[in-house]
Design a protein around this ligand. Structure first.
Ligand SMILES: Cc1cc2nc3c(=O)[nH]c(=O)nc-3n(C[C@H](O)[C@H](O)[C@H](O)COP(=O)(O)OP(=O)(O)OC[C@H]3O[C@@H](n4cnc5c(N)ncnc54)[C@H](O)[C@@H]3O)c2cc1C
Length: 346
């Protein structure tokens, strides 16, 4: 029997990783991508968690290292008024721009014989047998009366005190980390009340932080590369279950984890890794599509449910103004708190 083709809608990290994994099993794969490569994305570009094991298993970690991935082993937290000294990360992370990473994965997918259709947006609702949804986060205008939005730019002339700096404020948080090409990623997630006017504040002011804050001091001499700037709105951070989705999904199309964890890309890689075996079995005609979908969804939920709950709790604490200084103190003084927060959210 000839192998049946898998169609993947979305050529982001989850879609391309899945495509490569399936091609390695000899499965015919077509990926539809609405955009093209290379392109900048709103992302902290900090990869932390078990997804790195998936990358190694598929031989992709080396690819990303060759592409210029930077290793990260320390992190430091600051509130609008206090800074904690850097701490070692309990497990190493890697940092690579999405501009470089998505392009490298697209080239690798094609090298393995995958068919990649760029600038091709697939109609929504087209999820029959053999079609996987890897379209990324699902836009939602507001959540609990709040609108979430993300901003990203690369900068030069920024001296970091740790490989990852996380700056929290009542409006959101901004992460700073070194990426490839000698740039520093400056990426923030912010919220505002639905209906609140924010036209007076531009993206530079949002990213630079409050007057006198450690973030503002850190970025005092920063030169932003405007060509790398991007923004995204309509972010939903309420955890969802793969088993509740009607389609066969991987990555953010299942659910988003709060970006403060630096684990969203890891979940994209992990879910793609989980999906390879059941989808390859369907392609060979060994199991039905319903069985494939259920197996994949149950495995993803088993892998992600606990960390999603912890991440939601952590983000809530980080955004509560009265708890921000306490959190920064705990992160710097309690090894137990630091390890627990790190390990439970990945
Ligand atoms: C502010 C912010 C900061 C973040 N920081 C980090 C971080 O530091 N570390 C981390 O691990 N994660 C971070 N994330 C999360 C991370 O970016 C995502 O988890 C990751 O991109 C998910 O990958 P994906 O492949 O599921 O989706 P995406 O990377 O979004 O890819 C989806 C792709 O599908 C395509 N597409 C969509 N619809 C269609 C269609 N109909 N037809 C064809 N193509 C389509 C899109 O063009 C896109 O290329 C952050 C997110 C935000 C918002």
């Amino acid at each position: 029997m000839t192998a049946k083709t898998i169609t993947i809608v979305g050529g982001g990290l989850a879609g391309l990783t899945l495509g490569i994994g399936l091609r390695q099993q000899g499965v015919p794969v077509t990926v539809w991508e609405a955009g093209h490569y290379p392109r900048h994305r709103v992302c902290g570009e900090f990869i932390s968690g078990h997804g790195q094991e998936t990358l190694s298993r598929l031989g992709l970690r080396e690819l990303l290292e060759r592409a210029g991935a930077v290793s990260a082993s320390t992190a430091a937290f600051s509130s609008a008024t206090k800074s904690a000294p850097p701490r070692s990360l309990p497990a190493r992370a890697i940092c690579l721009s999405r501009f470089t990473m998505d392009h490298a994965l697209a080239v690798e997918f094609r090298r393995f014989g995958g068919e990649l259709l760029e600038d091709q947006r697939r109609r929504d609702g087209d999820y029959d047998e053999g079609v996987v949804r890897a379209t990324g986060r699902r836009a939602q205008a507001q959540e609990n009366g709040m609108r979430w939005f993300g901003l990203k730019v690369h900068a030069r002339n920024v001296a970091l005190t740790a490989d990852l700096e996380m700056h929290v404020s009542p409006r959101g948080y901004v992460g700073l980390c070194r990426v490839d090409r000698g740039a520093v990623n400056v990426c923030g997630l912010f919220r505002r009340r639905a209906g609140e006017d924010n036209t007076s504040q531009n993206w530079r002011e949002c990213l630079r932080g409050q007057t006198g804050s450690p973030l503002q001091q850190r970025l005092a001499g920063a030169e932003f590369d405007e060509s790398t700037f991007c923004a995204v709105a309509g972010i939903s951070l309420r955890p969802q279950r793969a088993t509740a989705r009607a389609e066969c999904c991987v990555g953010d199309a299942i659910t988003m984890i709060p970006p403060v964890t630096g684990n969203g890309m890891s979940m994209a890689f992990e879910s793609a890794g989980i999906a390879v075996e059941p989808l390859a079995a369907w392609s060979r005609g060994e199991i039905s599509w319903a069985e494939t979908r259920a197996t994949l969804a149950h495995r993803c939920d088993a892998a992600f449910a606990r960390r999603l709950a912890w991440a939601t709790w952590l983000q809530r604490m980080m955004l509560a103004p009265s708890l921000q200084n306490v959190l920064v103190r705990f992160m710097s003084h309690s090894e137990w708190f630091w390890r627990t927060a790190f390990e439970r959210t990945r």
